[in-house]
Ligand binder design. Structure first.
Ligand code: C2O
Ligand code: CU
Length: 588
């Protein structure tokens, strides 16, 4: 009799724990803590005092809850980068797009709904440049009872690439805004928060990865740097890329690779060399013509176990020249999704919405040429020549509660002007963008092809474009101008990679396809925060579909609202917005 009571108790307890496991719950306390790097100490914003922030461990298909308490001195929002959040744009995070920031002292319970994502993603602050120190990894394991599409690695290690400013990051942004110029560059790159041996006062804390000969390690690599694409390599070892942006790839073996801000790579490292100390290293990849950028190199050490005399210093890997576009494009162009029975692809074949977006660097005049951009002008950036301006009420609320005058609905499908986008000498008048807060409305389930075209204004630049709410198939990429007759014939519709962030090559184009099956308000932007701040942003509103599952969820009760003037009751009365308001909300 006793035994069966214990059995029942055990069963109840296991249900309880199973439940806990199925719906993990985290507490994020935003707070300022002093950290010392490069011989000087400053207060930085952290989550729970940690830099980099805590790693979230979840399984495919989980829904998790994170309670964010803002005990810092700045407004902040948190974004779950690469999580599609079906029907739930409410807790996606970008400030003034889906919410107002969480004010100091306030709290926001964020729900994170995972579906098909499996591999590595991350989370980061999505207000100003606070993500410089507020970021962390999200590890998404296969569902219990299933496994990786490769032999189970012996160990898994998050490798977060980042950058560090000696100056306070809020000051960096303030100066940039005030001067109209590019602002200060970072002083160091970091691996798991540490600059490494090549920087002053850093050697004692260099990140060390202890390995054992014969074992295989899964490195979950995230580029969380604010501004820089990075070349990465490990001395003496090739690595094998098996996944990116929480989607598997056909294995790709390389001695080095390039990773853009926002991208995540799952990489296998076989410890198959003679026991020694080997550097892993990362440095900027940039086409910056003047060579003005952070040209330092961060390192960590791969340290074999056993008895041997290590080379001193450790062996250093080959990294390409900082502006080796060929090396970078060749790598990114080689991604292929698994596209097998267990990992089928569903790239849209019939397209009903064609979009063509030019990505440009721009300038606007300043009074008495007083800005520190080119010729005393102020830098901006644009998509289809519109430099995005943040609204005062977030777009999601304005849409949901039918608040007119917040955004316009005429984001154009094409640029206002077709010219030779990648020509050497573009006339100056092309540098002038229009300022605007415009969205593109997509019908539920529309099938979208979007071609990004980089322009050569200010010599152009690569742009790591990121879309919230979706993963997209990268069906084509090339240098020069997109040719809408020839280039589509070369699309990869068989095994294109599925991504959420992708490098549009400098003076080149890139084509993606996705199905707009996620109702809500979704941000799209360059993942260089400088370009994002300058306006290289766009917003999609995907309308509700017919069935209940095809509609946006209700807003959470503790939503940090921008819509304070209106009492909550009338908000509720209006809350059928997306279904009853026509999309009339034209900005005056
Ligand atoms: Cu990684 Cu809009 O963000
Ligand atoms: Cu950019």
């Amino acid at each position: 009799m006793k035994v069966s009571i214990f059995k029942i108790l055990g069963f109840v307890l296991s249900l309880f724990f199973y439940h806990c496991q199925a719906s993990p719950h985290y507490k994020f306390v935003v707070k300022e803590v002093p950290y010392t790097r490069l011989c000087s100490t400053k207060n930085i914003l952290t989550i729970n005092g940690q830099y980099p922030g805590p790693t979230l461990y979840v399984h495919k298909g989980d829904t998790i809850v994170v309670d964010v308490y803002n005990r810092g001195n700045y407004n902040i929002t948190i974004h779950w980068h690469g999580v599609k959040q079906p029907g739930n744009p409410w807790t996606d995070g970008p400030e003034y797009i889906t919410q107002c920031p969480i004010a100091p002292g306030a709290k926001f319970r964020q729900k994170i709904i995972l579906t098909t994502e499996e591999g590595t993603l991350w989370w980061h602050a999505h207000s100003q440049w606070l993500r410089a120190t507020v970021y962390g990894a999200m590890i998404i394991y296969p569902k219990l009872g299933t496994s990786y599409p490769f032999a189970k690695p012996d160990a898994e290690i998050p490798i977060l690439l980042g950058d560090w400013w000696i100056q306070d990051i809020v000051e960096v942004v303030d100066e940039l805004l005030l001067s109209g110029g590019e602002g200060n560059y970072s002083n160091a790159f970091t691996i798991n928060g540490q600059p490494g041996d090549l920087y002053p006062c850093s050697k004692q804390d260099t990140f060390r990865l202890k390995v054992e000969r014969g074992l295989t390690y899964l490195l979950r690599i995230i580029n969380s740097a604010v501004q820089d694409m990075l070349f990465f390599s490990i001395a003496g070892h090739n690595v094998t890329l098996v996944g990116s942006d929480a989607s598997y790839l056909k294995p790709l073996e390389r001695s080095f690779f390039v990773i853009s801000p926002g991208q995540t790579f799952d990489v296998l490292l076989e410890a198959n060399q003679s026991p020694n100390h080997y550097y892993m290293a990362a440095k900027s990849y940039t086409v910056a013509a003047q060579g003005v950028f952070d040209n330092t190199t961060t390192t960590a050490i791969v340290e074999y176990s056993g008895n041997y005399t290590p080379s001193s210093p450790p062996l250093f890997p080959y990294l390409p020249e900082f502006n080796d576009t060929y090396a970078a494009a060749n790598f990114t162009g080689s991604f292929r999704s698994l596209a097998d029975k267990e990992h089928p692809i569903d790239v849209p074949m019939e397209i009903n919405t064609y979009l063509f977006h030019t990505l440009s660097m721009n300038t606007v005049p300043c009074p008495t040429n007083s800005c520190s951009g080119p010729n005393g002008n102020k830098f901006l950036a644009s998509v289809n020549n519109i430099s995005f301006v943040n609204p005062e009420i977030d777009i999601l609320e304005a849409y949901y509660y039918c608040i007119p005058g917040v955004f316009g609905t005429w984001f154009p499908d094409f640029p206002p002007l077709f010219y030779n986008f990648t020509a050497d000498d573009l006339p100056g008048y092309l540098e002038l963008p229009t300022l605007g807060t415009e969205v593109k409305i997509l019908e539920y389930n529309s099938t979208v092809e979007l071609v990004f075209q980089g322009t050569n204004l200010f010599q152009g630049s690569d742009h790591p474009m990121h879309l919230h709410g979706f993963s997209f198939y990268v069906v084509g990429v090339g240098l020069g101008n997109f040719d809408n007759e020839i280039d589509p014939l070369k699309y990869n519709l068989v095994d294109p990679p599925l991504s959420n962030t992708i490098i549009v090559p400098s003076n080149g184009w890139l084509a993606i396809r996705f199905k707009a099956d996620n109702p809500g308000v979704w941000y799209m932007h360059c993942h260089f925060d400088r370009h994002m701040l300058w306006g290289m942003d766009a917003v999609f509103i995907v309308k509700n579909g017919e069935s209940p599952e095809a509609k946006m969820s209700l807003p959470p009760s503790d939503m940090p609202s921008c819509y304070k003037a209106v009492p909550i009751t009338s908000k509720v009365a209006n809350s059928l917005g997306p279904d009853i308001c026509p999309i009339y909300v034209e900005k005056k």
